[in-house]
Design a protein around this ligand. Sequence first.
Ligand SMILES: [Zn+2]
Length: 327
Amino acid sequence: MLKKGFRVLAEKLGFLINPILLNIKGENNQLLVFFFHGIYKSLEQKNLSHIDPQSNMTTDQLDDFLDYFLNYDYKFVKPEELLEGLQLDQRYIMITFDDGYFNNLLAIEVLRKYKIPAAFFLTAKNIAENRPFWWDIIYKYRYKQGYSLEKIRKEQGYLKRFKYNYIDDYIIQNFGIKSFEPWSDIDRPLNEMEVKSLARDPFAAIGNHTSNHSILTNCSKREIKEEFIESNKFLISVTGTSPISIAFPNGYFNHLVLEVAEEVGFRLAFSVVPKKNHLPLENGKLICISRFMANTNIIKNYGSFYRLGYTPGSLFSDIRKLGNPFL
Ligand SMILES: [Zn+2]
């Protein structure tokens, strides 16, 4: 409750104060990276509840989002450009789509309109088997059964503690094997032909998002390696290219995950730590990139937080830590 109240207050104050701070501090020498999930054609599609709405945007909201950052002179880049080195005294932004939803192709039209690149992190097994994502299966069935959002979130959160085969069994036991079939183009993953053409698109870069969307901090070293390598094999067989980047499912990682990612040969690792990336980027074999979760708040009201390197939520936890260093 306190947190929500603070957020609302921070958003209101930020709207007034952030432009002044940005004027003083400037916003060059930074790279902002955002991750998106599903994209809807319209709000009517959202209301069908075929996928967990999370922070999924409509194409119009995505258009506003891109337009906002273009107006503030941000240059949109894709992963390989980070390795070539970004110029100083510039401001950069990258947008990424996690999981591999077919509906992400709706974003391509918007990207083409502005001539903006994006990275797509794909979950190999879901694509190979045309299987919807487990969190969406939980959401759409429970929603139909009349569960509250709170109860659905609790069930999803509980399952994140387990390995993928446990989650698969749980889904089959609770919803039947037919639940692995998509309901529509809203909840289905891309297919191999679509991945192939996406990989050829000049505005798209393909990255690894593991084979089974496994939470890597639940896995042994051997399992982590298998998740990376199996997914790479699939992506190479479909696109002909080995991905240079990995986005960790749910953003969860530890030292072991980073060690294996480097061993497998990834050059860029994308987390979900909500921070900006300072330029020049670190110069390691594996470069870790922080990402903000894109949300459906009106970007004109919210964008100044990102440009300062914050969200009202991250500001709240930073202030709490200042007040109590043991938190
Ligand atoms: Zn994911």
